[in-house]
Design a protein around this ligand. Structure first.
Ligand SMILES: CC(C)(COP(=O)(O)OP(=O)(O)OC[C@H]1O[C@@H](n2cnc3c(N)ncnc32)[C@H](O)[C@@H]1OP(=O)(O)O)[C@@H](O)C(=O)NCCC(=O)NCCS
Length: 356
């Protein structure tokens, strides 16, 4: 994922398309570097929509009264989290990975063990772990304290008891820090444990996504293990022409592929010479006529395939339903069966816990 931040144009040069030119250059560069996707937290969404980004999800932050979380301690029973140190980096990474897999989470990054070692050495952060000794549940929490507010950046427990014990540690400082803020999945189990009345403020920071490479974007994404489906999507991506053309998306056993079944569309939407294939530099906009016959053709593409531009493709990838995309003018063509297949394939509620 190519993260974009710090976009800035000199005030004297604003309003003349400079940022759009920079963003287009960046798209080609990300494609060259092999990125599948790109994400950013926008302050000017119109700018990024113009180059194919669309809102994909949010970074939610929940604020709790510490005393309400403190009340969870009794649920934790005998579990006693212990302070963590750098030697716990692998344990924390493993617990986080298993949690992401178990709950089918879509969006949060999995920091490497070395990244965790760096964070564990940061004296401004506090970490506690549950080892899982004697078959007990494992878990960890990472938080910091500033201005009488506790901020939880990660909290993962294998069971309700583990979650409760870890929240209990955080909230044990409730007399000095009455407020707890936490960056969590909207469906984090604390909502079920603590009761919604404990959650008195929710702030959401929306992020936008762009698909940089259709085949990599689908190939590197996870899908529901119980969905076996195929659908055709016709993409028109003027800024990254290597994405343009008709793709067949096949999903089974939790993995997916996107296979080009028809050549690219010209920038004006008309069908160019179908023998064209992308040039050697992805995203450069070059198209070549291959020496060895036509573009691989795996059967006739439906002329009625669902049609999307880069914004519709990004929104689809992030789990927006086809009916919403149609309503917003981000998808056309296809029929009810295509919509049902695409909805089943891409269904997800993505979120981020980090800001950049
Ligand atoms: C935001 C910024 C990078 C835009 O640079 P720019 O060169 O003026 O942008 P462009 O001329 O390429 O504008 C592209 C589109 O975005 C829109 N846009 C640009 N700045 C905007 C803003 N602040 N609010 C709303 N829309 C904006 C333009 O109207 C244009 O839309 P249009 O094609 O429909 O007319 C520039 O104003 C800036 O540096 N701002 C301060 C830093 C900042 O906010 N960065 C963004 C971080 S995510």
């Amino acid at each position: 994922m190519g993260g974009v931040a710090g976009v800035y144009v000199d005030p004297a040069a604003r309003g003349r398309g400079a940022a759009s030119v920079l963003m287009r250059g960046l798209l080609g560069r990300m494609a060259e570097l092999g990125d599948a996707l790109s994400c950013l937290f926008p302050t000017a969404p119109v700018l990024y929509r113009g180059v194919g980004y669309e809102f994909g999800g949010v970074q939610p932050r929940y604020t709790y009264a510490a005393r309400d979380l403190r009340a969870l301690r009794s649920l934790g029973g005998d579990l006693r989290p212990r302070p963590a140190d750098v030697a716990d980096a692998e344990l924390i990474r493993g617990v986080m990975r298993e949690d992401q897999v178990r709950h089918g989470l879509c969006g949060p990054r999995l920091p490497s063990a070395s990244r965790w070692r760096e964070q564990l050495a940061n004296e401004r952060m506090t970490h506690y772990v549950l080892d899982g000794q004697d078959g007990g549940p494992r878990g960890f929490v990472a938080y910091s304290l500033a201005d009488a507010t506790l901020t939880v950046t990660d909290l993962v427990g294998e069971t309700a008891e583990a979650d409760a014990a870890l929240w209990g540690v955080v909230a044990s400082g409730s007399s000095a820090a009455p407020t707890v803020r936490a960056y969590l999945d909207a469906r984090d189990p604390v909502a079920l444990l603590a009761g919604t009345e404990a959650r008195h403020e929710v702030q959401q920071h929306a992020w936008m996504l762009r698909v940089i490479d259709v085949a990599k974007g689908v190939g590197s994404r996870g899908f529901s293990a119980h969905v076996t489906a195929s659908a055709e999507v016709r993409v028109n991506d003027p800024d990254l022409p290597a994405n343009s053309g008709t793709w067949r998306v096949d999903v089974s056993e939790g993995s997916g592929t996107a296979t080009r079944i028809e050549g690219p569309l010209a920038v004006d939407g008309s069908l160019p010479d179908e023998r064209l294939v992308p040039g050697e530099r992805p995203g450069s906009g070059e198209w070549l006529v291959p020496d060895e016959g036509p573009v691989p053709d795996e059967g006739p593409a439906s002329r009625e395939a669902v049609e999307v531009g880069p914004r519709g493709l990004a929104a689809l990838w992030c789990g927006w339903s086809m009916s919403r995309l149609r309503q917003s003018g981000l998808a056309a063509g296809g029929d009810f069966d295509d919509d049902a297949a695409l909805d089943a394939i891409f269904a997800c509620t993505p979120f981020m816990t980090e800001y950049f």
